[in-house]
Design a protein around this ligand. Structure first.
Ligand code: NAD
Length: 264
């Protein structure tokens, strides 16, 4: 059988190290034959991202700070020159001042609110517009979100507000780009220990809580997220757009959570 992603070219944004969600999805896509390009933010991360990219046969490894429009332009200019067309994009990028990922949402500053929205929300729209210009045969755009968009989660604060906006932008983009056969979806991942997650207050407690209360009685792995990401990027999900797909061991369906977890 032909691998699911044979002949497809995709841009992976948001790998920081081998625990990054973007890396989990990249590996799953590569295992099914996708050709990949990567972006990294800042020189310090280049030395981590480049060897990972090389390990999956990619030599397109480009700097990109999504808070700088010119930097996004440069990435797409290079991709246009090297590939001409694009089939998918994974956007696994988020940022908020970690001092404000604890305490009250009410205390969010204007400066951090705007920065969080810029990097975590607008960047997806900005990338989507440029990617669509390179997708004459249609394509799939995927971003990462969290349940804190739908319900109040401790410490998630302005990031939750940003994820709500991100999920709304997925729906608007799905309509705008649907005419070009471009699908736009989000994957709502359960908590998983990554660099970004370590900035969230009491993250270990959140992991325990999810493990105890999710139907599958465990936390998600990078392989879980990779497999579902692959589905959303591939033609297996050809009829799916504007969707928020939960990959959280079922946590979001549980109404009454137990408070007396033995080991929390
Ligand atoms: P991570 O730290 O591995 O990845 C976050 C990435 O965002 C990093 O590669 C970082 O370089 C990038 N980034 C931040 N600011 C940027 C900027 N200005 N320009 C370009 N890149 C920038 O952590 P992760 O958990 O893999 O995060 C990926 C996505 O998954 C984020 O959107 C996060 O909110 C989301 N998510 C994470 C969890 C979790 O529990 N880890 C759960 C649900 C959703």
């Amino acid at each position: 059988p032909t691998p699911l992603m044979a002949g497809k070219k995709g841009l992976i944004m948001g790998v920081a190290n081998d625990r990054s969600i973007a890396w989990g999805i990249a590996q799953a896509a590569r295992a099914q034959g996708a050709e990949l390009a990567f972006t990294f933010q800042g020189e310090a991360l280049e030395k981590r991202v480049r060897p990972l990219a090389e390990s999956v046969g990619s030599d397109i490894v480009l700097p990109c700070d999504v808070s700088d429009e010119a930097s996004i332009d440069a990435v797409f200019d290079t991709l246009k020159a090297k590939w001409g067309k694009l089939d998918f994009v994974v956007h696994a990028i988020g940022y908020s001042d970690k001092e404000q990922l604890r305490g009250r949402y009410a205390d969010t500053t204007l400066d951090n609110f705007l920065k969080t929205m810029h990097i975590s929300v607008f960047s997806f729209t900005s990338v989507a517009r440029r990617a669509a210009d390179m997708m004459p045969d249609g394509g799939s755009l995927l971003t990462l979100t969290y349940y804190g968009a739908e319900r109040v989660m401790p410490h998630y604060n302005v990031m939750g507000v940003a994820k709500s906006a991100l999920e709304a932008s997925v729906r608007y983009l799905a309509v705008d780009l649907g005419k070009q056969n471009i699908r736009v979806n989000s994957l709502s991942a359960g908590p998983i220990k990554t660099l970004a997650a370590s900035g969230i207050g009491d993250f270990r407690y959140i992991l325990k809580w999810n493990e105890y209360n999710s139907p599958l009685k465990r936390n998600v792995t990078l392989e879980d997220i990779g497999g579902s990401g692959l589905y959303l990027l591939s033609d297996l999900s050809s009829g799916v757009s504007g969707e928020c797909h939960h990959v959280d061991c079922g946590y979001h369906v549980v109404g009454m959570k137990a408070v007396d977890a033995p080991d929390i």
